[in-house]
Write a protein that binds this ligand. Structure first.
Ligand code: NDP
Length: 283
């Protein structure tokens, strides 16, 4: 007898080893799910055809990465709430025959945050105002954060994200232009690096923050998944902070995507272990 696997996948750019494929397939195998997750290298001009192809072939959904996260929206049938506010989709889900765009990056981040601290009513400092910061800022605000300070090098992007948070979420957001080492204000509960500083191969690049202003009551989260133990994570740990590495966000967005597609809650530790094999768990 033949079983047709259910198909899910990723529309991405060429990549030697795709960690997301390895991570998702590890979960499918661990849970005996007769599903496959396939990486398809899609050029920007082929994106519409790729979505129509996935629809025609009955895919249950797919992830899409840069540069497709915004452009894919015009090819989808609708958007989830946070994807609409963020203005970007990294996960499409087939619901009643329609592809609905979701953003699981921010949801994955909040899930790993909630394992350490409830963001409701908390004061957050977030470095960065790019795609990851938009997703994290919106979801953290929707999870009830009271105050979000957006610290960014370029004022345009920083002010745009601050306005978005103030207009579309219940949180109060303020913008600070990043000049020199940032002093994290006393009373801050959560500090997030949502920039690309520290990403392999620039592993010793330093997030410009005054380490003396990091105190032991703070939770410090880094989005960088490779390497997981970034310089910021190590420095914050040495200051006694609770730290969250970028693997948490990556794993949890995967868990949420798989739940959307299959209805199954998979074991996050299996996925994390597979990523640690690829990226290394120690810094
Ligand atoms: P973008 O290019 O959209 O944004 C990059 C941000 O980093 C901008 O705010 C930029 O500031 C800032 N930045 C970059 N270099 C510097 C620097 N030297 N000094 C100060 N600020 C700097 O990227 P994304 O938001 O899409 O991605 C950011 C990171 O998040 C990536 O490293 C990616 O790997 C990671 N990520 C992790 C995920 C996970 O699951 N763990 C998921 C998604 C992303 P400016 O506006 O001034 O240029």
């Amino acid at each position: 007898m033949n079983f047709l696997s259910q198909l899910t996948g990723s529309f991405a750019q060429p990549c030697a080893e795709n960690p997301t494929v390895a991570m998702v397939e590890a979960a499918y195998q661990h849970h005996g799910l007769d599903w496959r997750y396939i990486n398809c290298e899609v050029a920007p001009e082929g994106l519409g055809d790729a979505v129509r192809g996935a629809r025609a072939m009955g895919w249950a959904g797919f992830n899409c990465s840069i540069p497709h996260k915004v452009a894919v929206i015009q090819h989808l049938d609708g958007l989830g709430e946070s994807a609409r506010i963020i203005g970007a989709v990294n996960c499409a889900v087939r619901r009643d025959g329609k592809f609905i765009g979701e953003n699981t990056d921010g949801k994955g981040f909040v899930q790993s945050l909630e394992e350490q601290i409830d963001p409701a009513g908390k004061s957050v400092v977030m470095f960065g105002a790019g795609g990851a910061a938009r997703a994290i800022g919106v979801e953290t605000a929707l999870a009830g954060a009271a105050q979000i300070t957006v610290v960014n090098r370029s004022p345009d992007r920083g002010e745009e994200l601050t306005a978005l948070l103030n207009e579309q979420t219940p949180a109060k957001a303020t913008f600070v232009q990043w000049k020199g080492d940032y002093q994290v204000p006393a009373g801050t509960d959560i500090v997030v690096n949502a920039t690309s500083i520290g990403l392999f191969p620039d592993v010793e690049a330093r997030v410009p923050v005054d380490l003396e202003s990091l105190t032991s009551g703070m939770v410090v989260a880094d989005v960088i998944p490779n390497p997981p133990r970034t310089r910021l994570v190590r420095d914050a740990e040495s200051r006694g902070c609770t730290v969250i590495d970028g693997l948490g966000m990556l794993v949890n967005q995967g868990v949420i995507g798989i739940r959307y597609w299959t209805g199954v809650d998979v074991d996050a530790s299996v996925m994390r272990a597979r990523l640690e094999e690829i990226f290394g768990g120690e810094g």
